[in-house]
Design a protein around this ligand. Structure first.
Ligand code: GLN
Length: 211
């Protein structure tokens, strides 16, 4: 299994570390291929070749949007997602995957891979950053979630499965087919469950990207 991490800006290293942690955990497990997980940092078109899934990290969505547009990677990513590439976006990554973004810059772009409306920086100043243990459909243990200037999912279409809500009931985890997104950062919490959930999605999809 080969997983790409979009590496134009933001928390790339945290996702890399989490994926390495998963690989370490499965190293001696002969029933799983995750012990041989390959990680590719995706900066240019050629880095997408042969990946089975893509992670879009947290960071600053408007900066990522600008860099993706400048390099033309926005079009390539859209094509890859349309073709069926599994993807997981955390925080700014969720914003990039959305089909509608509120409170962003007028020139920002997004990839419309999830039928959701997200509002950026939706938690207000006092709760800019906080942690909470959340119930996540498909994961048995509570997920320790770290929120950092996180977006909220304000609306979902009926194609979207809501997987997780924050303590006040607002939506912070969603899945639509092969695309997963969380407002929070499991890669900062130091847990591997959500990444393992995503790797299972990639395994089920059995998709390899080729240009
Ligand atoms: N507030 C950032 C944005 O709108 C997201 C923050 C994050 O990814 N931790 O892009």
């Amino acid at each position: 299994m080969k997983i790409g991490i979009l590496a134009v800006q933001g928390g790339v290293a945290e996702h890399e570390r989490t994926l390495r942690q998963v690989a370490e955990k499965y190293r001696d497990n002969s029933d799983s291929s995750w012990g041989n997980l390959e990680i590719v940092l995706v900066r240019r078109a050629e880095h997408l070749e042969g990946i089975n899934g893509l992670i879009l990290p947290g960071g600053e969505s408007t900066t990522m949007s600008r860099l993706l547009t400048l390099s033309g990677m926005d079009t390539l990513l859209k094509e890859a997602l349309d073709a069926g590439l599994p993807a997981y976006g955390t925080c700014a990554g969720m914003i990039l995957l959305a089909s509608n973004v509120l409170d962003t810059r007028p020139d920002a772009i997004w990839l419309s891979a999830l039928d959701i409306t997200v509002r950026r920086n939706a938690f207000g100043r006092q709760r800019d950053s906080f942690e909470a243990d959340l119930t996540f459909t498909g994961i048995d243990e509570p997920v320790h979630a770290t929120f950092i200037r996180a977006p909220i999912v304000e609306d979902v279409s009926d194609k979207v499965e809501v997987l997780c809500r924050e303590p006040e009931g607002r939506i912070v985890g969603v899945r639509q087919g092969r695309v997963l997104a969380t407002s929070f950062h499991p890669e900062v919490s130091g847990i591997t469950d959500v990444h393992e959930y995503f790797l299972s999605m990639c395994e089920d999809a059995n998709f390899t990207y080729t240009a």
